[in-house]
Write a protein that binds this ligand. Structure first.
Ligand SMILES: [Mn+2]
Length: 441
């Protein structure tokens, strides 16, 4: 699962700061680690195997999540937040250095446009960061754009607007090729606000026709990830509204097209882990946007609201991984975060989120699947359920901390980050963003 980290040549946080922070916690950490190891031995799990799997696990960071987000009402900028893509990548490297499991960044265009992509590629590489899926943006109008996306983009009623949206996606492919990305994520805001505004079948047909052109230009080793979302910005109908439409489109396009599941893009109470199981069963689970939500597409920190759901999702992912091992097939979805940080320092939110996501993964790894299957076959409901429940209730923090320490990270990432004074330093050296922008989507 995951990708290998690129060798880091530049440490953004001085390694001695991390070492000093770790020294204060090391005795307690080792005692916790030994206790967890002893507990896991009783259920036939070697903690070293877990730590090794964790170190091979990774999740991509969202470039758009590195700056303070906002709502449709306001955005409250954080002093020292990044002002361009180079500074966003620099902050990503801080997260990766301290948390260890986030060696890639997912860029969003045109937000992350720059003049020299070769310079960006090299700089990013020296920080030990690689590039995850590239995201295209046809849900808002950009300065100087000829045609408006007010009434849609890839599915727009007018051919010239569809063409403009296609060209933007092709431009994203070109940028991604320069950077070494291997996937394009397409999420469109196309839809309608009123019954009767659009014809459902026509809009989907136009979307597919547009996407076929993009798909046709996709390099052989790339994937096209289709991201669905139930509503917003369109409030009556959305063209790619759920996983059903997403998988139909992915099947219509071909093998390189897969579905991307964003945890916040479903109706309340939808069983997302089942969607994960269905998509992976049919080879169409291509990627993930991790976040959490209470009401809608809240883009809150992963694991902050419903950690049990996150665990159940990972339970399906580990199941799919094991099935792929048994059948010799490939199962390599691209794991990424898609969060908006309105009232926290994004680096601290992402450090917490990386821990929550990796924690859900480890807990899914310690589920006794053989025992659970036997209970399922005997219809022993409570014990089958407890197979999951006991894994979820385990405290695996010491295994996570050990993986971080072995990767050069921190036992307590947020404490080490605060001790480093990184943000205060950046508040002095980075120029403040002064525009009174509204929220971020
Ligand atoms: Mn998303």
């Amino acid at each position: 699962m995951g990708f290998l980290a690129v060798d880091r040549k530049i440490a953004t946080i001085p390694q001695e700061v991390i070492a000093r922070a770790n020294a204060k916690l090391m005795d307690a950490h080792m005692a916790d680690y030994d206790a967890l190891a002893a507990r896991l031995v009783r259920v036939n799990i070697d903690i070293e195997d877990l730590v090794e799997k964790l170190m091979a696990f990774s999740v991509g960071l969202p470039s758009w999540g590195m700056v303070s987000g906002g709502t449709r009402y306001a955005r409250f900028p954080l002093p020292g937040e990044p002002t361009n893509v180079f500074e966003k990548v620099e902050d990503c490297s801080v997260v990766n250095q301290l948390a260890g499991l986030t060696p890639r960044v997912s860029l969003h265009f045109p937000w992350d446009k720059c003049d020299d992509y070769e310079a960006l590629r090299q700089y990013t590489q020296t920080l030990g960061i690689g590039f995850d899926a590239i995201n295209s943006n046809t849900f808002q109008d950009q300065t100087g754009q000829k045609r408006s996306y007010k009434f849609g983009s890839l599915s727009h009623s007018q051919e010239a607007t569809r063409q403009q949206a296609i060209e933007h996606n092709l431009e994203c492919l070109d940028i991604g090729k320069k950077l070494g990305s291997k996937a394009l994520t397409v999420w469109i805001g196309d839809g309608s606000n009123f019954p009767g505004q659009v014809e459902f079948t026509d809009t989907l047909e136009r979307y597919l026709e547009s996407l076929r052109t993009v798909y046709g230009q996709l390099p052989d080793d790339w994937r096209l990830l289709i991201e669905h979302k139930m509503y917003e910005p369109a409030f009556y109908s959305t063209v790619i509204q759920d996983w059903g439409t997403s998988i139909l489109c992915a099947q219509a396009l071909g093998d390189k097209a897969q579905c991307l599941v964003d945890l916040g893009h479903h109706a309340p109470n939808v069983n997302i882990e089942m969607i994960v199981a269905r998509l992976s069963q049919f080879g169409k689970l291509g990627g993930f946007h991790f976040n959490d939500s209470k009401y809608g597409d809240d883009d809150l920190d992963s694991g902050s609201i419903n950690p049990f759901q996150l665990f159940l999702v990972f339970n399906e992912l580990v199941s799919a991984e094991k099935r792929a091992e048994r059948t010799g097939t490939r199962f390599t979805p691209s794991y990424m975060m898609d969060q908006t940080h309105n009232v926290t320092d994004p680096i601290e939110s992402l450090l917490n989120s990386a821990r929550a996501i990796a924690g859900a993964y480890v807990k899914a790894l310690i589920v006794d699947r053989d025992a659970m299957r036997a209970y399922q076959e005997d219809n022993d409901v409570i014990m089958a359920h407890n197979s999951l429940r006991l894994a979820f209730e385990s405290d695996v923090r010491a295994a996570l901390a050990m993986a971080r320490v072995r990767m050069g990270g921190a036992i307590d990432p947020i404490a080490a980050y605060r001790e480093s004074g990184y943000r205060a330093h950046k508040a002095e050296t980075r120029k403040a963003r002064t525009e009174l922008a509204g929220g971020i989507v």
